[in-house]
Design a protein around this ligand. Structure first.
Ligand SMILES: Nc1ncnc2c1ncn2[C@@H]1O[C@H](COP(=O)(O)OP(=O)(O)OP(=O)(O)O)[C@@H](O)[C@H]1O
Ligand SMILES: [Mg+2]
Length: 160
């Protein structure tokens, strides 16, 4: 799809992320929806990039995955309705791409069921960025912190 539209599709992921529990198929569905939207609504010759990282959500460690494009962005009139079922916005009308307006509503529902959040930021004319946030697995974080503490407490190996 990206090749057919001559869109540059890049992945720039942080490989040192803590794990997050999620249903693999559902998460794949969400990310596919976001990437397909970006490819659909970004004009020929544009670029789409997927980045990942870690941050804070409600005071807890979370991981995020962001799909950004340099397409038309989201019209301010559309912003409050973007995640409504069957809502299709300006970018969809302009692109002429067929669709039902259900994709983002489903994505939001899936992510909220995982105690995460899906947000959008966009400057009209300067592209859109959709970010999926998922809470990092607490037990892994505690285990990691303890391992780090233990490794610091270890005496230096004797040298002879
Ligand atoms: N990357 C994007 N850039 C600009 N507008 C976007 C982007 N992604 C989504 N939108 C806007 O949000 C609207 C809702 O997106 P959503 O994915 O829910 O539906 P859709 O793509 O129109 O149809 P489908 O149900 O086939 O996904 C789109 O119609 C479009 O106006
Ligand atoms: Mg869609």
């Amino acid at each position: 799809m990206a090749i057919a539209k001559e869109i540059k599709l890049d992945l720039d992921s942080d490989l040192e992320l803590p794990p997050a529990f999620a249903d693999r198929n559902q998460l794949e569905q969400v990310l596919t929806n976001l990437v397909v939207n970006a490819l659909n609504y970004t004009p020929r010759g544009g670029s789409v990039v997927v980045t990942t990282g870690r941050g804070q959500m409600n005071g807890n460690t979370a991981v995020w995955c962001r799909v950004s494009d340099d397409g038309p962005g989201v019209d301010p009139i559309d912003l409050p309705h973007l995640f409504d079922r069957f809502y299709r916005g300006q970018a969809a009308l302009e692109s002429g791409e067929p669709g039902t307006g259900l994709g983002l509503a489903i994505c939001k529902e899936i992510i909220e069921r995982h105690n995460g959040k899906l947000d959008v930021s966009s400057q009209p004319g300067q592209g859109a960025a959709f970010t999926v946030w998922l809470p990092a697995d607490k037990s892994t974080l505690i285990q990691q912190a303890e391992e780090d503490k233990d490794s610091q407490a270890e005496p230096a190996p004797a040298s002879d």
